[in-house]
Design a protein around this ligand. Structure first.
Ligand code: ADP
Length: 169
């Protein structure tokens, strides 16, 4: 895209687990940048009941994005903007599903811009059929034995079955 200096975007999140909505956003981001770093945050800004440890969430990201070497997966501790700088990202991408995401994302972007004035924030919307999907919904439905195979990759489906059959909800 830019022959002198590749544009790198950081896509941070919990990815607990990675869903087809997250995959859609990461792959879509490659239409506007050269490389995407999808990164699992060790600390969530939302208080969430988590299903998978960070290491397993990272393994799952590596599995679903193994087909594209323009997508790299990582995990990070501490401030997202510091990690963005460390990986050479000039852009942070987030997904917007509905108006309900907007207020939180807007607030975070403004705060992060204060912390790192050079950083740009872009927001992408997924395919319509993925716009209601959240990882927390996937966790809840899986825990109750529901079928989420339309919303996650087959590799993630196997992990969810293991997680909820092995340990119970
Ligand atoms: P979730 O909100 O599903 O628990 P994360 O906290 O991992 O997911 O979210 C990381 C980013 O991905 C956020 O910007 C979130 O808005 C976005 N995202 C999550 N699911 C979707 C989806 N189905 N479509 C578009 N963006 C999404």
């Amino acid at each position: 895209m830019n022959s002198s200096r590749p544009i790198i975007a950081l896509y941070p999140g919990s990815f607990d687990p990675v869903t087809l909505g997250h995959e859609d956003i990461a792959r879509r981001t490659l239409k506007v940048v050269d490389k995407v770093v999808v990164a699992v945050a060790h600390t969530s800004t939302h208080s969430k009941r988590l299903a998978f440890p960070v290491e397993e969430r990272l393994e799952m990201l590596n599995e679903v994005f193994a087909d594209d070497d323009r997508i790299e997966c990582a995990s990070f501790q501490g401030l997202m903007v510091e990690f963005a700088k460390a990986v050479g990202a000039s852009v942070v991408v987030r997904g917007l599903r509905a108006v309900s995401d907007f207020e939180y994302e807007f607030q975070m972007a403004q705060m992060n811009r204060e912390l790192h004035p050079g950083m740009e924030f872009i927001f992408l919307t997924p395919e319509t059929h993925l716009s209601f999907l959240s990882a927390s919904l996937v966790r809840e439905v899986s825990a109750l034995g529901g079928d989420v195979s339309s919303f996650v990759s087959p590799a993630i489906m196997r992990r969810l079955r293991d997680r909820y059959q092995r340990q119970g909800a």
